[in-house]
Write a new protein. Structure first.
Length: 180
Protein backbone atom coordinates (compact mmCIF):
# COMPACT_ATOMS: atom_id res chain seq x y z
CA UNK A 1 0.00 0.00 0.00
CA UNK A 2 1.43 3.38 -1.06
CA UNK A 3 1.08 6.77 0.59
CA UNK A 4 2.35 10.17 -0.52
CA UNK A 5 4.12 12.55 1.88
CA UNK A 6 4.39 16.22 0.92
CA UNK A 7 7.67 17.95 1.85
CA UNK A 8 8.71 21.59 1.62
CA UNK A 9 11.60 23.70 2.88
CA UNK A 10 11.15 24.33 6.62
CA UNK A 11 8.96 21.25 7.12
CA UNK A 12 9.03 20.12 10.76
CA UNK A 13 11.57 17.28 10.89
CA UNK A 14 9.79 15.09 13.40
CA UNK A 15 6.37 15.41 11.80
CA UNK A 16 7.70 14.49 8.37
CA UNK A 17 10.57 12.10 8.97
CA UNK A 18 9.37 10.23 12.06
CA UNK A 19 5.95 9.78 10.49
CA UNK A 20 7.62 8.40 7.37
CA UNK A 21 9.85 6.06 9.38
CA UNK A 22 6.93 4.69 11.41
CA UNK A 23 4.80 4.10 8.33
CA UNK A 24 7.64 2.32 6.52
CA UNK A 25 8.24 0.21 9.63
CA UNK A 26 4.59 -0.82 9.41
CA UNK A 27 5.04 -2.01 5.84
CA UNK A 28 3.63 0.96 3.96
CA UNK A 29 5.44 2.32 0.92
CA UNK A 30 5.99 6.06 1.40
CA UNK A 31 6.89 8.32 -1.52
CA UNK A 32 7.88 11.93 -0.93
CA UNK A 33 6.98 14.82 -3.21
CA UNK A 34 8.20 18.42 -3.28
CA UNK A 35 7.99 21.29 -5.73
CA UNK A 36 11.72 22.03 -5.90
CA UNK A 37 13.14 21.13 -9.30
CA UNK A 38 16.28 19.65 -7.77
CA UNK A 39 14.05 17.48 -5.52
CA UNK A 40 15.93 18.64 -2.42
CA UNK A 41 14.40 20.39 0.57
CA UNK A 42 15.93 21.60 3.80
CA UNK A 43 13.95 20.79 6.94
CA UNK A 44 13.29 23.18 9.81
CA UNK A 45 16.39 21.90 11.60
CA UNK A 46 18.70 21.99 8.60
CA UNK A 47 18.59 18.43 7.27
CA UNK A 48 18.77 18.19 3.50
CA UNK A 49 16.33 15.62 2.15
CA UNK A 50 16.09 14.29 -1.41
CA UNK A 51 12.47 13.76 -2.44
CA UNK A 52 11.25 10.98 -4.70
CA UNK A 53 8.89 12.91 -6.96
CA UNK A 54 7.93 16.23 -8.42
CA UNK A 55 4.20 17.08 -8.47
CA UNK A 56 4.02 16.49 -12.24
CA UNK A 57 5.13 12.89 -11.64
CA UNK A 58 2.42 12.07 -9.08
CA UNK A 59 -0.28 9.67 -10.23
CA UNK A 60 -2.94 9.97 -7.56
CA UNK A 61 -4.39 6.53 -8.34
CA UNK A 62 -1.11 4.96 -7.19
CA UNK A 63 -1.56 6.26 -3.62
CA UNK A 64 -4.02 5.52 -0.86
CA UNK A 65 -3.46 8.72 1.14
CA UNK A 66 -1.80 12.14 1.13
CA UNK A 67 0.03 13.24 4.29
CA UNK A 68 0.82 16.89 5.02
CA UNK A 69 3.23 17.62 7.87
CA UNK A 70 3.47 21.05 9.44
CA UNK A 71 6.32 23.42 10.02
CA UNK A 72 7.29 27.02 9.38
CA UNK A 73 6.58 26.59 5.66
CA UNK A 74 2.84 26.48 6.37
CA UNK A 75 2.81 30.03 7.75
CA UNK A 76 5.11 31.18 4.95
CA UNK A 77 3.14 29.60 2.09
CA UNK A 78 -0.37 29.15 3.50
CA UNK A 79 -1.98 31.56 1.05
CA UNK A 80 0.22 30.92 -1.99
CA UNK A 81 1.16 27.22 -2.01
CA UNK A 82 -0.68 26.07 -5.11
CA UNK A 83 1.29 22.80 -5.24
CA UNK A 84 -0.01 21.36 -1.98
CA UNK A 85 -3.50 22.69 -2.70
CA UNK A 86 -3.51 20.96 -6.10
CA UNK A 87 -2.39 17.69 -4.51
CA UNK A 88 -5.07 17.99 -1.83
CA UNK A 89 -7.70 18.72 -4.47
CA UNK A 90 -6.62 15.71 -6.56
CA UNK A 91 -6.84 13.35 -3.59
CA UNK A 92 -10.09 14.90 -2.36
CA UNK A 93 -11.71 14.64 -5.80
CA UNK A 94 -11.09 10.88 -5.68
CA UNK A 95 -12.35 10.77 -2.07
CA UNK A 96 -9.00 9.50 -0.80
CA UNK A 97 -8.04 10.03 2.83
CA UNK A 98 -6.02 13.08 3.85
CA UNK A 99 -3.83 13.31 6.94
CA UNK A 100 -2.29 16.51 8.30
CA UNK A 101 -0.40 17.34 11.47
CA UNK A 102 0.37 20.54 13.41
CA UNK A 103 -0.17 23.52 11.10
CA UNK A 104 -0.77 21.21 8.10
CA UNK A 105 -4.56 21.18 8.66
CA UNK A 106 -4.58 24.88 7.73
CA UNK A 107 -4.33 23.82 4.09
CA UNK A 108 -7.37 21.55 4.47
CA UNK A 109 -9.22 24.33 6.25
CA UNK A 110 -8.36 26.89 3.58
CA UNK A 111 -10.02 24.63 1.06
CA UNK A 112 -13.14 24.24 3.22
CA UNK A 113 -12.60 20.52 3.69
CA UNK A 114 -12.93 20.52 7.48
CA UNK A 115 -15.98 22.76 7.85
CA UNK A 116 -18.23 19.79 8.63
CA UNK A 117 -15.56 17.76 10.41
CA UNK A 118 -13.98 17.45 13.82
CA UNK A 119 -10.23 18.14 13.78
CA UNK A 120 -7.22 19.16 15.79
CA UNK A 121 -4.23 21.31 14.88
CA UNK A 122 -1.43 23.32 16.43
CA UNK A 123 -2.94 25.91 18.80
CA UNK A 124 -3.57 29.13 16.89
CA UNK A 125 -3.97 27.37 13.55
CA UNK A 126 -7.64 26.79 14.21
CA UNK A 127 -8.33 30.50 13.62
CA UNK A 128 -8.11 29.79 9.87
CA UNK A 129 -10.21 26.62 9.91
CA UNK A 130 -13.97 26.17 10.01
CA UNK A 131 -15.12 23.01 11.75
CA UNK A 132 -15.17 21.60 15.24
CA UNK A 133 -11.75 22.17 16.80
CA UNK A 134 -10.84 19.63 19.48
CA UNK A 135 -7.94 21.43 21.12
CA UNK A 136 -7.28 18.80 23.79
CA UNK A 137 -7.04 15.86 21.39
CA UNK A 138 -3.67 14.71 20.08
CA UNK A 139 -5.24 13.05 17.03
CA UNK A 140 -8.72 13.20 15.55
CA UNK A 141 -10.07 10.85 12.90
CA UNK A 142 -13.26 12.04 11.25
CA UNK A 143 -14.34 10.35 8.06
CA UNK A 144 -11.43 10.46 5.60
CA UNK A 145 -9.52 13.07 7.59
CA UNK A 146 -6.82 12.40 10.16
CA UNK A 147 -5.47 15.46 11.95
CA UNK A 148 -2.93 15.76 14.72
CA UNK A 149 -2.00 18.58 17.07
CA UNK A 150 1.79 18.81 16.99
CA UNK A 151 5.18 17.10 16.81
CA UNK A 152 4.36 15.69 20.25
CA UNK A 153 1.58 13.63 18.66
CA UNK A 154 3.67 11.98 15.92
CA UNK A 155 3.40 8.46 17.35
CA UNK A 156 -0.36 8.69 17.74
CA UNK A 157 -0.66 10.27 14.27
CA UNK A 158 1.30 7.47 12.60
CA UNK A 159 -0.61 4.81 14.55
CA UNK A 160 -3.96 6.24 13.40
CA UNK A 161 -2.76 6.32 9.79
CA UNK A 162 -1.71 2.67 10.10
CA UNK A 163 -5.02 1.80 11.78
CA UNK A 164 -6.96 3.54 9.01
CA UNK A 165 -5.04 1.93 6.14
CA UNK A 166 -3.97 -1.43 7.58
CA UNK A 167 -6.35 -2.13 10.45
CA UNK A 168 -6.24 -2.49 14.21
CA UNK A 169 -3.97 -5.53 14.26
CA UNK A 170 -1.22 -3.79 12.30
CA UNK A 171 -1.49 -0.65 14.43
CA UNK A 172 -1.12 -2.76 17.57
CA UNK A 173 1.81 -4.62 16.01
CA UNK A 174 3.54 -1.30 15.28
CA UNK A 175 2.83 -0.03 18.78
CA UNK A 176 4.31 -3.20 20.29
CA UNK A 177 7.25 -3.16 17.83
CA UNK A 178 8.35 0.31 18.95
CA UNK A 179 7.59 -0.47 22.62
CA UNK A 180 5.20 2.45 22.94
Amino acid sequence: MNVLLYLHDHVEDLEALATRALLVRSGLQVSTVCDHHNRTITTAFGLRVMCDLLPSEVQVDAYEMLIIPGGKYVALTFQTNDTVKALIESFNRKEKPLAAICAGPRFLGAMGLLKNERYTAFPGSEADIEGTYLKDQKVVVDGRFITARSAGAVYEFALEIVRYLQGDAQAEWLKDNILL
